[in-house]
Design a protein. Structure first.
Length: 558
């Protein structure tokens, strides 16, 4: 039962990947140690025998594939084999009798090596390896693994230190590359996982967005087709020659109500489109809040009465607080959308609305006793398309864009909006708006772009209608009958120019903008070259502020 210590050495032969393998039994070192001690004791008795032993020992050491180094207690080299010469490039002649620490150990490692050697002198064995812990004769760094053992005589006295050194430069580099690759792969894997998480979140958001947009488009289709069916259907019924006056009035009322519903939906779509495209502008003027409350009450009270809901104004402001500087249309839109929603989602009870003064702000309150907002819905009520996705409630009319528009308007005016709601008990909205915005304030009388138009008080005006749409033309002719007995019609820009030149006494021109040849802006420009006085009113379905400004720039009065 003998335990042996074997040393496996792999040496690269060439670039083909072939290696040579040698297996060294280093347990013979102990045998060598004992032989050295015995040889020293018997030296006086048998020099020939000692010579032979030393010769065998030397031959064994010299043929070792690993560096063998023998030190005396003064740290000077006693033995240095050919493998040591190969690894460190110092010859036996250069190294024997010298302290090799000054030759093969870099300055930064000498403290550690000296500590190891001092421990060895005290009988403590020490193996160690580190990156770049040795240097060759040419100054290049190498990495070695050292096996160090104190050498003792028969009495146990330390008489030297024997060391075996293996160069492991390539092994350490390979290990470092493996570690670097592991770190790289780990980091890459972590990045991949994060990317996958982001993609999953993006996918879920995209799917949710598509779902909500589909629901929104379905709702828009419903909100456009339903009133359109009412308009077209009851218009067809009006054609019946046997229709009673009562039914005729009823059908006209349905057509009127359907038209207003359709217009409301189109206005919501236009507003949200302007907001998203950044075309929505803010126009600051003096706003009489109390008057606005009265207007809102008159507008919505009839609808509230029909549903059996009590609509009341709360907290009218004192006259000195009732005038603020803001965008009249925006603040009216905020209030009307909130009241409209309150009526829509309240089936019984009451609705209160009004303003209170809060330092430099006013606060709009709209409170209802309606169905309330479910908790799981509350974080999303201001999002676009979400209202159209409500499936757990009875269907309600409307585009579902009202609250999204409200939030955008509030932000434009530098305000804040919050709400409290309990399902089945009602909802309260609070909107805080600055009393005076930082925008330039212009009252109607101070607006330099505003042109004063005086219409002659007569029923015999001469009017030119420039309109290529036949239905619009007929409608205009009908409503102008009470003030004009002389209506001219032009279906193109060129025809309009001809009529304007041949009829210099025209009082008013109703100018369509989108014409089949040259647009209404260019027609207006050319008319102004020969007629500065005729009143020109631009009529168009393009509703942006930029259209109004452009019309005024080319010479339209309004």
């Amino acid at each position: 039962d003998v335990y042996k210590r074997q040393l496996l050495t792999l040496a690269k032969i060439d670039d083909s990947g072939k290696v040579s393998v040698s297996l060294t039994d280093i347990t013979s070192l102990k045998h060598i140690e004992n032989e050295l001690i015995k040889a020293k004791i018997k030296v006086e008795k048998s020099e020939e025998k000692l010579r032979k032993i030393n010769s065998q020992l030397r031959l064994s050491i010299e043929n070792m594939p690993t560096a063998y180094i023998l030190w005396d207690t003064n740290m000077n080299i006693v033995e240095w084999n050919s493998a040591a010469e190969t690894i460190f490039n110092f010859s036996r002649k250069e190294i024997i009798g010298n302290n090799p620490i000054n030759f093969i150990v870099p300055k930064e490692a000498r403290i550690l090596v000296n500590e190891v050697m001092e421990n060895l002198k005290r009988g403590i064995s020490g193996d160690f390896n580190a990156k770049n812990n040795n240097i060759r004769k040419d100054g290049s760094y190498i990495s070695c693994r050292w096996f160090n053992t104190p050498l003792k005589d028969n009495s146990g006295k330390i008489i030297g230190i024997q060391s075996i050194a293996l160069e492991i430069t390539e092994q350490l580099e390979a290990q470092e590359k493996i570690k670097e690759n592991e770190i790289f792969l780990k980091e890459k894997n972590e990045k991949l996982l994060k990317t996958q998480e982001r993609l999953l979140i993006s996918k879920e958001k995209a799917e949710e967005s598509n779902r909500l947009k589909s629901a929104f488009l379905a709702n828009m289709s419903h909100e456009i087709r339903t009133p359109m069916n009412g308009i077209l259907g009851f218009s067809e019924l009006l054609k019946s020659p046997e229709l009673s006056s009562g039914k005729k009035a009823k059908y006209i009322n349905v057509i009127d109500k359907s038209g207003k519903r359709l217009l409301s939906t189109i206005n919501d779509i236009m507003d949200i489109s302007k907001i998203e495209s950044g075309l929505m502008e803010v126009s600051i003027s003096e706003v009489a809040i109390n008057n606005q409350l009265d207007e809102l009450f008159l507008f919505f009270n009839e609808e509230a009465i029909k549903k059996g809901i009590a609509l009341t104004i709360k907290n009218k402001l004192q006259e000195n607080e009732a005038i603020i500087h803001t965008d009249h249309n925006k603040i009216y839109g905020i209030a009307s959308n909130l009241i409209k929603n309150a009526i829509k989602f309240t089936n019984k009870g009451s609705i209160e609305f009004g303003y209170i003064s809060k330092n430099e702000n006013i606060e709009l309150l709209v409170k209802d006793t309606g169905i309330g907002i479910p908790k799981n819905r509350q974080p999303f009520i201001f999002d676009r398309f979400v209202q159209a996705d409500i499936e757990d409630k009875a269907a309600h009319e409307g585009s579902g864009l009202g609250l999204a528009i409200v939030k955008a308007y509030v932000k434009m005016l530098g305000g804040k909006i919050r709400f409290e709601s309990e399902e089945g008990k009602g909802t309260q909205f609070y909107v805080t708006i600055p009393k005076s915005n930082s925008f330039d304030i212009k009252s109607d009388s101070e607006n330099e772009n505003e042109l004063l138009i005086t219409i002659p008080q007569t029923k015999d005006l001469k009017i030119l209608i420039v309109e290529d749409d036949e239905i619009s033309k007929i409608y205009l002719e009908e409503i102008l009958q009470s003030i004009s007995k002389n209506v001219l019609n032009a279906s193109s820009g060129i025809e309009a120019l001809g009529l304007a030149k041949s009829n210099p006494d025209i009082d008013i021109i109703l100018m369509d903008i989108k014409l089949p040849d040259i647009d209404g802006y260019e027609v207006t420009k050319q008319i102004r070259e020969f007629n500065k006085d005729v009143i020109i009113i631009a009529q168009t379905a393009y509703a942006q502020y930029t259209e109004k400004n452009k019309a005024e720039e080319v010479g339209c009065n309004d």
